[in-house]
Design a protein around this ligand. Structure first.
Ligand code: ADP
Length: 823
């Protein structure tokens, strides 16, 4: 047993225990250490003390340790070269030496004995005692060859027992190699292979038995708490294992696809069965691939960019990524990518959920809404002016219902949609649109529908009357075309189930919407589908009805337009004709008046700007020329009157009939006209009965009022027999509807009378009472006089009327407001 010399190896001033304090008794010592400095200190103490005592030293260590040991020995004044030359100091590389006797991971005893005993023998020459320091066991231990290390310790023990050379052995192990509970057993075994154990520098040798007990107590407490910690750690590990198992189970059974991505290489490091299903690729094919290679992103750059974002913003979420699967399906997946650390390196977990159906549903809902809106828009859209012509060529049956059918198809996502119009009143059916048939099928379908129209098929024909009543009341029917009674109907397109919905406006059915989903199995209509179909049918009905009303209105407008155009032309014609005729007539009249004596001023009657002619009595001077002249004058006057009427009519219609009202006496006007008619018709008896008052002041155009009286008088004369009386009355004490004072002029005849039904119509232009003949005087009129009369009187604020019955003569009257400013 030897103790390291304090003289040589004192390292005073530090608090920690030092290797020179450590015992290196004769035998097989093990030295544990924390730091190289401590080890070097310890080994140098051990070897140095031996050399100092004339013993030999063998160092089998790593190059670094050898260098440090030798540097220290040199510094301590040892002549190493000399020691080496005499084999008093022998140094060997631990790894190389170990390699010389290791076989299959274990030290070969024979080779060990040969190699090591050889070295020891050289050092032990001349009977020297040898101190050996070896690190080969530590190398094996560091390489996790624990069994090899223990075995080597045993071989050293065997060698010490069998060799003739006396040697002491010191092994050294770094304590870090034993960190961990798992090493407990092996550590104990290592200690057991040694005759002396030197703890590492963390331990200080107790001074006496009391201190030893105390330090043992402290160590036991430490050991205890370490045990507790170890137990806790074990429990924690167990928990981790459980949660790992749990996670793994979740991973394996998750309905979402899960891909683990190596965040450095962007490759898939793990994939669960759901991901395998989702991508339609084997797990092996997925592992090592990048996301873009399995159809998730269009290219490498996009995929890597997404993963980079996932690393930066936690977590990354993509609502609907398009995915093209291996079998060519286009699907949509929701991606949630989360970054986390696993076993010291970063991974990105991508959870993928197949949202194809949800997206399709959303898409359909969106489309359905858009289509419904389009239908609603069609229901309220105003016909643009430019549309009119286009629609006339393309009547409603061919454009709007077709659009409606297409929209319905989109809303309901069905295969075929047909719209049949129901004629109001007759309830005859007329197909107006179909969509969903192939171009080859469609002409056949239309031909069939036309044939149906030709035989005047009606709503509900051949169906159960109770069903028809319910249909009329708005019920939707789903017909199984494979079962009676519909099985027997012609069904060229093999429809299995069809839905028919009434298109109603109020209580009236204006159409039938039918649709089907095709397919070889009957479609089960959900309540929602049926309700939606019903709503679409109602909306569609509004659209159709509106279109029908618009078309009707357009027709009425066109008719009104045509009529007003005709009227305009007629007015134009009247204007031109009147003026063209008037000019030569004025000239003719002037000539006739010059010929007749005495001359009269040229004029054309009647008109606002020309005084009407005063007829002369025929045969004033009895000469034949005079008689002829007189007759011609009357003819010309009649033509002039007709033309005058035409001009007046044109003016009335254009709102251009001019009045020149002035204060005048109604009695005087009437009297003058009566006089004129008496002169013109000396054969007639015209009674004039003015009121007792000398005059009746009115504010009126005397020519126009005179014209009115003349019209009444000439009609009375014209439509009654020559021998019949004509009576003219002027009354002063009338009142109008609002209580104003009026004068009333009436002309009574004993003609045929006018039936009540005709009395309102005689005031219409061109109207002539059937059966009323011209009985005397001038010829046939145009049916304008009374129309003009009424216009003139009403323009004066007066009223006209008839009192008459067939066979009892007629009284035509008009009233005029009295001029309140004068008596
Ligand atoms: P015209 O006499 O030139 O035909 P009017 O406007 O003056 O045109 O009269 C319209 C129609 O009313 C006449 O065609 C005639 O049929 C009927 N009528 C007018 N006055 C009388 C009357 N006094 N007695 C019976 N029928 C009359």
């Amino acid at each position: 047993m030897s103790t390291i010399s304090k003289r040589i190896y004192t390292n005073a001033g530090t608090e920690k225990p030092h290797a020179h304090d450590v015992h290196h008794p004769d035998g097989h010592v093990v030295q544990f250490y924390e730091t190289d400095a401590f080890l070097i200190d310890s080994v140098c103490g051990y070897i140095g003390a031996g050399l100092g005592a004339g013993e030999a030293g063998i160092v089998i260590a790593t190059p670094a340790h050898r260098r440090a040991i030798e540097a220290r020995l040199l510094a301590d004044g040892l002549d190493l070269d000399a020691a080496r030359a005499r084999d008093v100091y022998i140094a060997r590389d631990a790894a190389e030496t170990l390699a010389r006797f290791m076989a299959g991971g274990s030290p070969d005893p024979e080779r060990f004995a040969t190699v090591i005993d050889g070295i020891v023998a050289r050092a032990a020459r001349d009977g020297r005692h040898v101190r050996v320091f070896g690190e080969m066991v530590a190398l094996l231990w560091a390489n996790r060859n624990e069994a090899g290390a223990i075995r080597l310790e045993e071989l050293w023990n065997d060698l010490r027992a069998t060799t003739p050379h006396a040697f002491t052995l010191c092994c050294a192990y770094p304590m870090e190699g034993f960190a961990g509970e798992a090493h407990g057993q092996a550590f104990a075994e290592i200690c057991a292979r040694h005759t002396w154990v030197n703890p590492d520098e963390g331990y200080s040798e107790p001074a006496d038995a009391d201190e030893r007990r105390r330090s043992i107590a402290v160590l036991r407490q430490k050991a205890r708490s370490l045990d507790a910690e170890a137990a806790e750690r074990k429990a924690a590990e167990q928990r981790v294992r459980v949660s790992e198992r749990l996670y793994r189970r979740l991973f394996e059974t998750s309905a979402d696809g899960i891909l683990m991505i190596d965040s450095a290489a962007y490759t898939i490091s793990d994939a669960n069965p759901a991901a395998v299903d989702l991508f339609g690729l084997t797990r092996e094919r997925l592992l090592g691939a990048q996301l873009w290679q399995i159809g998730l992103f269009p290219d490498r750059e996009t995929a890597q960019q997404a993963l980079r974002e996932a690393r930066e913003e936690q977590p990354l979420r993509s609502e609907a990524l398009p995915l093209r699967t291996r079998d060519g399906q286009d699907r949509y997946v929701e991606l949630v990518a989360t970054r986390f650390q696993a076993s010291g390196h970063e991974v990105i977990q991508c959870n993928l959920r197949d949202v194809t159906e949800r997206r399709q549903l959303e898409q359909r809902t969106r489309e359905a809404l858009a289509a419904l809106l389009a239908i609603a828009a069609a229901a309220v859209e105003t016909r643009r002016s430019g549309d009119g012509a286009a629609r006339q060529e393309e009547p409603l049956e061919h454009s709007l219902p077709h659009r409606l059918a297409e929209l319905t198809c989109r809303v309901l996502g069905c295969r075929r949609v047909g719209i049949t119009a129901v004629e109001p009143g007759t309830e005859r059916l007329r197909a107006v649109a179909v969509v969903g048939l192939t171009p080859e099928e469609e002409p056949g379908w239309w031909a069939e529908q036309r044939a149906m129209e030709a035989r005047e098929a009606r709503l509900g024909e051949g169906a159960d009357p109770a069903d028809v009543a319910r249909f009329r009341a708005g019920e939707i029917f789903i017909l199984d075309m494979t079962a009676p009674p519909y099985r027997d109907l012609p069904n060229p397109y093999g429809v299995m189930t069809t839905l028919v919905a009434p298109m109603r406006v109020g209580e009236q059915i204006i159409g039938v919407l039918s649709l089907d989903y095709g397919g070889h199995t009957p479609h089960t209509f959900t309540d929602e589908e049926a309700a939606l179909a019903g709503a679409v049918a109602q909306l569609g009905a509004l659209v159709l009805d509106r279109e029908r009303l618009l078309a009707a209105r357009a027709a009425a407008e066109a008719e009104a337009l045509a009529l007003s155009e005709a009227n305009r032309r007629m007015d134009e014609f009247l204007g031109i004709a009147s003026h063209e005729l008037r000019t030569p007539l004025t000239a003719l009249m002037a000539n006739l008046q010059i010929l007749a004596r005495p001359p009269r001023p040229p004029s054309l009657a009647p008109g606002p700007d020309t005084p009407r002619p005063r007829p002369r009595r025929a045969g004033d001077d009895g000469s034949r020329e005079q008689v002829l002249l007189d007759r011609s004058r009357r003819q010309v006057e009649r033509i002039a009157r007709l033309i005058g009427d035409m001009i007046d009519l044109a003016r009335i219609r254009e709102g251009k009939l001019e009045l020149r009202p002035e204060p005048c006496d109604l009695i005087a006007i009437v009297r003058e006209e009566v006089e004129l008619q008496r002169q013109a018709h000396p054969e007639r008896t015209i009674i004039f009965a003015p009121p007792v008052t000398a005059s009746l002041p009115v504010h009126a155009d005397p020519d126009r009022i005179g014209q009115v009286v003349t019209n009444y008088l000439t009609n009375a004369i014209k439509y009654s027999l020559e021998e019949r009386l004509v009576a003219v009355r002027v009354e002063a004490d009338g009142v109008d509807e609002v209580g104003g004072k009026v004068a009333r002029v009436s002309v009574r005849d004993e003609g045929p009378g006018i039936p009540a039904a005709e009395q309102d119509h005689v005031w219409e232009m061109f109207h002539r009472v059937p059966g009323v003949e011209v009985l005397s005087g001038s010829g046939v009129g145009l049916g304008l006089g009374l129309h003009i009369t009424r216009s003139i009187v009403e323009r004066h604020g007066g009223a006209v009327g008839i009192e008459s019955a067939p066979g009892e003569g007629s009284t035509f009257w008009f009233s005029l407001p009295l001029d309140p400013t004068r008596d």
